[in-house]
Design a protein around this ligand. Structure first.
Ligand SMILES: Cc1cc2nc3c(=O)[nH]c(=O)nc-3n(C[C@H](O)[C@H](O)[C@H](O)COP(=O)(O)OP(=O)(O)OC[C@H]3O[C@@H](n4cnc5c(N)ncnc54)[C@H](O)[C@@H]3O)c2cc1C
Length: 350
């Protein structure tokens, strides 16, 4: 007897979309999330057009409490050394892109997926016995492990996936990593808060550096190859923002860091094995300049479609998922090539 048709590890947008798609097909779904919900997620929280369309189609309108001020951002403003900038608008009609706190947006998504959700449960391991999978779910608040059986397992764990590492340790050894870091300060600057600002000069970071405003907080960060010291890049970047854009910092409200990898730029996606599928960043889906919500949502939905077709008509889930994600994989890799063209350099020199 299996307890669930599908267990999903991770309650980010990819997990929520997979859950929603599976529940819509009448399947019994459990989502486990290692953090307490609503959980903090380091992100600029810009909901690009494609993410907005998928969100509205499957979940409805983003609720007001998820929005921050300014509610909409007009576009990305890329700065060059010589005070010049180029604007890339987020929408053709000028309405812009929603500016949200990821904690609130993600929490709303997962609560509207219709799946059973357990927070403070971390997937620690799993065993595939052919006709069912046993997932080892560790409760991070009381330290006990529950064994849950399911027919399919979906990793929606983000860039660091325990499931991917367990399925293919050799693949994992070849993955290269960057560290992203950002500060949140009370303060002000001359940079237009209605834009997301990007600085492509490699002296401020190996990937690129960014600045945006959320509810009055001055948020800025950069990303470097793992193992490289972050501080010299960040201090040079902060100094430049202070001198050139009058950035004035008062109290620090938060600092955060996370890891990302090069699967997206190298086109080395990892989609799964047997009855285990990987979605969103766990599978390697992340577009240029770190836009990842759209492909997290779409791959979550593709995995749901593949699994329900497999359950209902015996199609091979991984083969169907591989087929469904073909265009998304191509778009992801092409986006990094386009990004490199804009920046005039490789944006992931890891
Ligand atoms: C600085 C920065 C800014 C960004 N800005 C934007 C932006 O403005 N717009 C945009 O579209 N994208 C942005 N992104 C990218 C975006 O945040 C990610 O691509 C997106 O969150 C990926 O979604 P996901 O569902 O794959 O993973 P995540 O959102 O990372 O969710 C994974 C979840 O799984 C949980 N988890 C992990 N392992 C386990 C486990 N073993 N068991 C149980 N739970 C587990 C984690 O706690 C987490 O909640 C940004 C990224 C960064 C780093």
């Amino acid at each position: 007897m299996v307890e669930y048709d599908v267990v999903i590890a991770g309650a980010g947008p990819s997990g929520a979309a997979a859950a929603k798609g599976l529940v819509n097909e009448g399947l019994k779904v459990l989502v486990i999330e290692k953090k307490k919900l609503p959980r903090y997620k380091m992100c600029s929280g810009i909901i690009f057009k494609k993410s907005q369309d998928i969100t509205e189609k499957y979940f409805g309108k983003i609720p007001n409490p998820a929005y921050v001020a300014p509610n909409f951002l007009k576009g990305v403003r890329f700065w060059s050394h010589d005070e010049q900038y180029t604007d890339w608008p987020f929408s053709k009609d000028g309405s812009g892109a929603p500016n949200v706190w990821r904690s609130e947006y993600d929490y709303w998504l997962i609560n509207n997926s219709g799946a059973e959700v357990w927070d403070c449960y971390c997937l620690k391991g799993f065993q595939d016995s052919g006709n069912h999978i046993t997932a080892e779910c560790y409760n991070t608040s009381h330290g006990k492990t529950k064994l849950i059986t399911c027919r399919y397992l979906i990793s929606a764990e983000g860039s660091r996936s325990i499931i991917r590492a367990a399925l293919d340790p050799e693949f994992e050894k070849g993955v290269k990593w960057f560290v992203a870091y950002q500060n949140y300060y009370e303060g002000n600057s001359d940079l237009d808060p209605c834009f997301y600002h990007g600085f492509l000069d490699a002296q401020y970071g190996d990937v690129y550096s960014w600045f945006n405003v959320k509810d009055g907080l001055q948020i800025f960060g950069t990303a470097v190859k793992r193992g490289v010291k972050m501080y010299p890049y960040l201090s040079k970047y902060t100094e430049m923002l202070e001198k050139r854009f009058g950035l004035k910092l008062k109290n620090m409200v938060r600092k955060a860091g996370c890891l990302g990898n090069d699967m997206c730029t190298t086109g080395r996606f990892y989609l799964g094995k047997g009855n285990v599928l990987l979605v969103g960043e766990a599978g390697g889906f992340l577009n240029a300049f770190g836009e990842g919500i759209s492909c997290a949502l779409s791959t979550g939905l593709f995995a749901a479609e593949a699994v329900s077709k497999s359950i209902k008509s015996g199609m091979n889930a991984l083969a169907t998922y591989t087929d469904l994600t073909k265009l998304e994989r191509r778009q992801t890799t092409v986006s990094w090539k386009l990004g490199a063209k804009i920046a005039g350099r490789n944006l992931m020199p890891l």
